[in-house]
Design a protein around this ligand. Sequence first.
Ligand SMILES: *[C@@H]1O[C@H](CO)[C@@H](O)[C@H](O)[C@H]1NC(C)=O
Length: 319
Amino acid sequence: MSSAIFGKVVQLEAALLLLFVASVPAQDADIVRTCTAYKRSVWEETSEFSFLIEDAPIIYKTLDKCTSYAPLIIGGGPALPKEFPHAVRLGHQDNNGEVDWFCGGTLISDRHVLTAAHCHYSPQGSVNIARLGDLEFDTSSDDADPEDFVVKNFTPHPGYSYPAIYNDISVVRLSRPVTFNEYKHPACLPFDDGRAVSSFIAIGWGQLEIVPRTENKKLQKVKLYNYGTRCRMTAEKNEELPEGYNATTQLCIGSNDHKDTCNGDSGGPVLIYHKKHPCMYHVMGITSIGVACDTPDIPAMYTRVHFYLDWIKQQLARN
Ligand SMILES: *[C@@H]1O[C@H](CO)[C@@H](O)[C@H](O)[C@H]1NC(C)=O
């Protein structure tokens, strides 16, 4: 009798466990592994210990410096040194060596930067230069390690078709690999589509096309909120959005503070913290166009990176 009840309980538990497992979205094993490898390469130090006894085994000890989250600020503010080591600035360098920086991006491997496809069609010229490791522009007194990289090629998603902002995603390949350190290393790709995330961090030097060039030389961060499917109501169909908001491929994110939505750079990331490694981020979205500054509580649309994982992985595998 009691064993029959016990059997039922076990069955019930098994069913609940199955339900729980089924509700956790499948994670891409390659992406999880690569993310951990990036974290290890910068934040872990392995040292050797051996006892002063002959033939004693060598013991390795790992020091993990990936410890604390920076507090997620309400509103926004300047980024801290080494806080966003994946932040990239993209621009066009002319024949005289003058650079016009007009887009942001995210380092996602030692050679690849994720950005928006529309950055390729900028009036300032094609993207041919990337700056990594910077914090405050035009100064060398900040705690930063800036380095410029020549862009080898720029691959917009084949589904991007100007002026529509669907599939506004591209992968930039650098001409030489980045040496990772605390100032320069990749963000992880998403483990899930971000539907269940309540808030994000957007970063940028504040150079959206619609904002007059109020020189914001320091990298800024801003906290933004997930507006779910509200963009269905707020987004009017126009030439940028002929089919309206597409929840499969776009994130709908906003803030009720009117200044904050200006801060993200076009092409720059919308981030969340890695759940286990507080020093790491996932790039969940890409700042697209049509982000208005003076309209609090009107969310904007960002490219939903998770939808494009297969295409991104193809680009990372190309030579
Ligand atoms: C959203 O985008 C996906 C992928 O491009 C497409 O298959 C789907 O039809 C789109 N949905 C709407 C409502 O336009």
